[in-house]
Ligand binder design. Structure first.
Ligand SMILES: *[C@@H]1O[C@H](CO)[C@@H](O)[C@H](O)[C@H]1NC(C)=O
Ligand SMILES: *[C@@H]1O[C@H](CO)[C@@H](O)[C@H](O)[C@H]1NC(C)=O
Ligand SMILES: *[C@@H]1O[C@H](CO)[C@@H](O)[C@H](O)[C@H]1NC(C)=O
Length: 816
């Protein structure tokens, strides 16, 4: 290699080395010869990075050609090998640069990462030296002396280094040798010419490169021997330098070269032309043959080429020529807008992505240099995303706020980029990003609680109410199914035996017929659960209120409703008008108006003798009893509730108008004797009891009468305000009913329970009717004074004839 070539290569090598060192930091590089077959293995990328080969496919590794450039290699994600993708021609990629490095990028996800691959393309001797022309014409005077030099244009080899032109060999001849010097190749006259001897000759010049095997190219030098002497043109400078802004309009003059020739006339006419220049250069520049002006004829693009080196030739009329070099430096103009490309995007992004989650990687490229290529990227909108600069020209798109799909399910993000040129250029790019649902909303009931009203005796399966819950999540995460809260109980039974919930519609239905008298209200919880995994749920209470229906007839507790005439009231003949002689006690299991009872006499032996209190059921004499009244009186009393329609029951009350038990009619005695026959032993005791009670009764009556006479008042006798009802008559569920029930509204119960026999249980009923019981004559609630003494030895049920114990306790006590 000649000295000038050395210096040229070392300069280029230096530039390229600087480039390589600059970009090689932290990157993976491979060397490969050009022109490898597609599919050939370049190297193992995974191994270079220290990654498991499987990691590449799981991290979606892929080659990304830089800035829309050509892709030169493929990545086998399975093996981690890098393969040749297509023809790699070093000369096409790098021209005559000493070092040819092609950059490729590999994008890895999770985490997002960018790896640069540097492919160092090694030169292969695939190009032969080529001369610009096939024939070079030289006109040389016969007077030219030995040692005269004639410049020949050199051959060009697209390969570099050792593979470029290394040697010139001139075919053996008598007159010339070839000399390769710093700048040029010259024919040197070795032996003087003689036109008379030989007028013209052809010399074959062969250029060899240094490859193995070497390649060669030839040119024929046609020498014509002339008569007269001449001077070759001389350029004013060996190297011309000019600078040209890119995009200069066609016709722009770049520089003018000048050569002078000392000769006159035709011999001094200098014409200009390009020496060896590439076809590309010929498309961009032209040279004026006469003036030597170099003008722009094509597109000058700084980004394609930052400088041009042209060889220019000046030739005089006789064909003597000389060469000079023109270096045109192109200056950058801000003519490229930044190009934003999305290298990777995680779409959709989960709405629960934590702050700072990387969702994409953005690359921005501006092909201009320096300030003109310095780009700033930003998001102009108010979105919960931001750009974080990462590797040069790369930005991570990360979340900068909490996402909520239920508020915003899709983002249209516009990324703007602008460079620092003046004026600056900018561009923008929109990208759509969806937010994926996460089951983060439990179903919410539309009401805090639900109430359902249903009349009792409803049909099984009738609808009670409908609950509804909303869940704003997406698809199954927002699909609500309803169910009863597991394990809930109503009245000790599973809630599911009362109500059922339709899973899809939320309709709450009664499983069976409901009975107000059994259950007035109950509460169940309905759960709304979405179909997410894990599911979210919430629950709501549903109160079911059962409405009463008049479905229970009044129930007569006293007297026995079956018309048993053995229950006979004993009315003293001395009883005066208005005396309380008996009382019909009835209850109704319904409530409210359905249980509001009224009493009516339907039939009576003597219509004028008794009245019944409309609501109290108290039977009183209407007038004083006279001797003419029959001894036996019957009443049929109807008890009616106030429902719609009303229900009723009737009972008969038998009265015996007598002052003396001995006046008992024979049938009553018969009943006693039948009883006696059944159980003579018991009868004996009963008789004893009966006699003692009768005695007591009579004694008591006398006392009462005496008192009433003493007070000179009309005595209000008998059941004045107090009645004893055997506890066994009361249905068990009446004891705990609340204020709406019949008994409670009409009476207060005081239950006196003595230990021992069931038959001694009494419920004492006190009338609320003001007219029968003045406030100052209420019954003391002291059981001892009454129950202990009386009840143990007295059982109206077993006596057979119900002898009312006629007690005005108050007056009794005051008398004693
Ligand atoms: C996103 O926004 C850009 C600019 O604002 C608009 O041109 C584009 O149509 C929008 N895309 C969608 C899907 O809304
Ligand atoms: C529901 O939410 C879960 C996370 O909770 C998510 O993985 C799933 O994709 C969501 N389903 C739909 C249909 O969005
Ligand atoms: C029902 O909801 C309440 C709050 O509304 C909650 O505290 C309770 O844990 C829920 N019960 C069930 C079994 O989900």
């Amino acid at each position: 290699m000649t000295d000038w070539k050395m210096s040229l290569f070392s300069w280029r090598t230096f530039c390229c080395l600087v480039l390589v060192l600059h970009s090689a930091h932290g990157d993976v590089s491979f060397s490969l010869p050009e022109e490898m077959k597609a599919g050939s293995v370049i190297g193992n990328f995974a191994k270079e990075l220290g990654l498991q080969p499987g990691a590449l496919s799981s991290r979606k590794a892929r080659i990304d050609a830089d800035g829309g450039g050509k892709r030169h290699c493929d990545l086998n994600a399975g093996s981690g090998e890098l393969l040749v993708a297509g023809r790699i021609d070093r000369e096409e990629l790098c021209g005559d640069r000493a070092s040819c490095v092609v950059k490729q990028e590999v994008v890895l996800e999770n985490p997002l990462e960018l790896q640069r691959i540097h492919l160092r393309i090694q030169d292969v001797n695939d190009n032969a030296p080529v001369f610009n022309d096939h024939l070079i014409g030289l006109e040389i005077r016969e007077s030219a002396s030995k040692g005269a030099r004639f410049v020949i244009e050199e051959a060009h080899d697209a390969d570099i280094g050792q593979n470029s032109v290394q040697q010139y060999i001139l075919q053996n001849n008598n007159h010339f040798v070839v000399a390769v010097s710093e700048n040029t190749i010259e024919l040197v006259l070795d032996k003087e010419l003689d036109r008379e001897q030989k007028e013209e000759m052809n010399l074959l010049l062969t250029a060899f490169d240094g490859g193995s095997p070497p390649k060669s190219g030839t040119v024929v030098i046609h020498v014509t021997v002339l008569d007269a002497n001449d001077n070759a043109p001389v350029f004013s400078r060996a190297v011309y330098e000019a600078s040209l802004p890119e995009n200069s309009a066609p016709g722009t003059i770049v520089i003018q070269v000048r050569a002078t020739d000392a000769d006159e006339g035709v011999n001094g006419d200098v014409t200009y032309d390009f020496g060896h220049v590439t076809e590309d250069v010929k498309k961009i520049f032209s040279i004026d043959r006469k003036l030597g002006t170099i003008a722009v004829i094509g597109t000058v693009d700084y980004e394609s080429s930052t400088s041009f080196e042209l060889r220019v030739k000046a030739k005089d009329g006789l064909g003597l020529s000389s060469y000079a070099k023109v270096i045109i430096s192109i200056t950058d103009v801000n003519d490229n807008i930044p190009v934003i490309s999305i290298k990777s995007l995680t779409d959709p992004v989960a709405e629960d992505a934590p702050l700072g989650t990387e969702v994409g990687i953005i690359h921005v490229q501006d092909r201009d240099s320096e300030q003109n290529g310095e780009v700033h990227c930003s998001i102009q909108q108010d979105v919960p995303f931001k750009l974080v600069p990462s590797i040069k020209n790369y930005y991570s798109l990360v979340t900068s706020g909490q996402l909520d799909r239920e508020l915003v399910s899709h983002y249209n993000i516009t990324i703007g980029a602008s460079d620092q040129g003046s004026p600056p250029l900018s561009s923008s790019k929109s990208l759509g990003l969806s937010v994926a649902d996460v089951n983060d909303n439990p179903p919410v009931f539309q009401r805090e609680s639900y109430s359902a009203y249903v009349s009792e005796n409803n049909k099984a399966g009738s609808a009670l109410c409908r609950v509804s819950a909303r869940d704003p999540d997406w698809r199954q995460n927002g699909t609500v199914i309803y169910s009863l809260l597991a394990g809930a109980e109503v009245n000790g039974a599973p809630a599911s035996s009362y109500v059922a919930v339709d899973g899809d519609t939320g309709e709450v239905r009664a499983v069976g017929s409901l009975d107000y008298e059994d259950l007035r209200s109950f509460r169940v919880h309905v759960v709304a659960r979405d179909k997410g995994s894990p599911p979210l749920s919430s629950n709501v209470s549903v109160s079911v209120w059962i409405r009463d229906v008049n479905d229970n007839s009044p129930q007569i507790l006293y007297p026995a409703p079956d018309g048993d005439s053995s229950v006979t009231e004993l009315v003293p003949k001395a009883a005066q008008g208005g005396s309380l002689v008996s009382k019909v006690i009835a209850v109704d299991a319904d409530s409210g108006q359905n249980a509001r009872l009224s009493y009516h006499i339907v039939k009576s032996t003597d219509p004028g003798l008794f009245t019944v209190g409309l609501h109290s059921g108290e039977i009183r004499t209407r007038r004083d009893i006279s001797e003419s009244d029959g001894m036996r009186q019957n009443l049929m009393v109807a008890v009616k509730d106030n429902g719609q329609p009303p229900l009723s029951a009737t009972c008969s009350v038998y009265f015996l108008l007598s002052d003396n038990l001995s006046e008992l009619p024979p049938e009553l005695k018969d009943v006693s004797s039948q009883e006696r026959e059944k159980n003579s032993k018991v009868t004996f005791y009963l008789l004893v009891a009966l006699v003692s009670v009768s005695t007591f009764f009579l004694t008591f009556m006398v006392a009462v009468l005496a008192v009433s006479f003493c007070r000179r008042r009309k005595p209000r006798l008998l059941l004045d305000g107090a009645l004893a009802v055997p506890g066994a008559y009361l249905p068990p569920n009446y004891a705990d009913v609340d204020g709406t029930a019949t008994l409670r509204s009409a009476y207060n119960y005081d239950a006196y329970l003595t230990t021992g026999s069931r038959t001694s249980d009494f419920n004492f009923v006190r009338s609320y009717d003001d007219d029968t019981l003045p406030a100052d004559r209420t019954l003391p609630k002291n059981p001892v004074s009454f129950g202990d003494g009386l009840c143990d030895s007295f059982d109206p049920l077993e006596v057979g004839t119900n002898i009312r114990s006629v007690v005005d306790h108050h007056s009794c006590c005051t008398e004693q």
